[in-house]
Design a binder for this molecule. Sequence first.
Ligand code: FRU
Length: 534
Amino acid sequence: MRKNIKTVILFAVFGFFVISCKNDTKNTEKTTDEKIAKAQSDEDFRPNFHFTPEKNWMNDPNGMFYLDGTYHLYFQYYPDDNVWGPMHWGHATSKDMITWEEQEIALYPDEKGYIFSGSAVVDKNNTSGFGEDGKTPVVAMFTYHDPVGAENKEEDYQSQAIAYSLDEGMTWTKYKGNPVIPNPGIIDFRDPKVTWDDIHKQWLMALATREKTLFYTSRNLKEWKKVSEFGSGTGAHDGVWECPDFFPMRVEGTNETKWVLIQSLNPGGYNGGSGTQYFVGNFDGKTFTPEENMKTLQEKHKFWIDFGRDNYAGVTWSNIPEKDDRKLFMGWMSNWLYAEEVPTKTWRSAMTIARELKLVKKNDTYLVTSSPVEELKKYRSSDIKKDNLQVDWNRVLVDSSEIDLAKAEIKFKINNLKETTYNFRLSNSVGEEFIVSYNHSKKQFNVNRAHAGQTDFSDKFSDKDSTAPRISDSEDMEVVLIIDKTSIEMFFDNGTTVMTEIFFPNQPWTEFSLSSVNETFTVSGIEAYELKFK
Ligand code: FRU
C-alpha cells in the first residue's frame, strides 16, 4: 500500500516537474535562481536515510524503546496537514535505528486533548498490573494538552497520562484513570520522560516546566510523587524548558557513574531558537545535584548536546539490553524558528541519525559526546581512502562522480592546527555552497548556509551564521560528517563539539573541498564512503 502511494506521489511530482519546466522555458524573464527553484520537488528534498514521515507534519521523537530486536520510534505527528496541529503519536520501527518502516498511528487525540511528547518503558515485572496472560506491558507516558483550556488562557491545560500496549508497541490502550498527574496550576507542564532507576529501584520521571525540571518517582507507573526540582538559576533560560531526559551514565574508562540531565529549551538555544543543553551531576534517588564546577564552567564549556540549529527535543531509547549498555539518542532535525516553513509540502521534517552518547571526563569536566551509531557502518559501500594529503590552498576531497554526496560519510583529520581559518565546503553546479569554517585562533566553528540553496522561505533560516566553540584542546582535529540530501551532521573531535544543520540546495552537491586562509596543511586518515540503502 505504501509503495502504491509512493508511486502515485512520484508520478504527481514528476508531472509537476515537467509542467513547471515547460512554464519556465516559456517565461524567459525569470532569473536563473527562480528556474532552479522551480525544478525542485518534495521528493528531491526527502532524505535518503534519515527518518521522515511519508506524509505531513512531524516534530519531536517520543516513546523510544527497544524490545526483542526492534527499535521503536514514536513522534509528534499531525496527519492532516504539513504544519503543526492536533498532535498524535506517529510510529516507526527499525531493526538497526537506520532503516525505518512507518507504522499505523499509535495514539490519537481525544476529549482530554492532544497527545504531546512523552516516553515509553517496558514494564518487565508488570509493576503497573497492565500485563495480561503473561504479556509484558509497554507503558507510555505523555502529556495531554487541552486546546480549549490553552485558548482560554487557563493555567491547567496540560496534565500527564499513560497508555499501555500488550503487543509490543503496535496498539495502545489509554488508562481509564487518566490523568495520572493532574495539573497543579503550572502553565508549561509537559513531556514526561520515564526511566527505570535500577540504582534506587524505582520508576523515575523527569518533567519540564517553564524554567525547571521536576522529578517524580513511582512504584507502579500510575501513582507518582514529586520528589524534587532542578534548574532555577542554572543553565540557559531564554525560553521554555521542554523534553527532558534523565539517566545514569558510566564515565568512559572508569567505574564512576554520574547522572545526566538533558534539557531542551525553546527559544534560547545556543544559536537562537530551539536547542538542547545538558547537566552532569549526582542523584540520591530524589535530588539531582550538578557538579560543583558545572555552573562556573557553563560560560567556558557551554554544555550543549549539539550546537547546530537543527537538533531539538532529542531523548534516549529505553530498555536497551544491559549487555549492549549504550545510550542511544535521536533528535528532531529542525528548529521551531522555521520548521513550519521549510520548502517541502507533502511532508515536513526529519529526525537526526541515531547517535551514541558517551560521558567523558576531561580536566575535571564531564562532557557528553555524541557519535553516529555504529550500525551505520553496515551501509558503507564504495569508498575513498587517502592519507597525508597536502592542501595548498584548496583541494577537492570528494567528488560526486566517486561518491554520492547525498548519502555520504566523510572522515578526516587535520594535523598540527595552525592559527588560521579552515574551510570545509559543499558546492554544486549552480554555484551554491554550504561552508563550515574553523578559526583556530578563536577556537570557533562557523556555519554559513546563506548560499546553500533555498533560504527565502524564512528570514530566520540563514540570517546569520551559526557558531560553536571547539571544546577539545588537541593540536589535531578529527572530523566526521554524515551528509544526506538536506542535512549535514558534523562530529568534531570524537563528538565533543557537534553541529547539525539542514539545507535545501537546488541541485545535488558535487564537491566537498577543503581550504585554508594562507596556509598549507596536511589531512590524514581520509575515509569517504557512499552509504547504500536497499
Ligand atoms: C517540543 C514541544 C513539546 C511538546 C510538543 C508539542 O518541540 O513543544 O514541549 O510536547 O512539542 O508538539
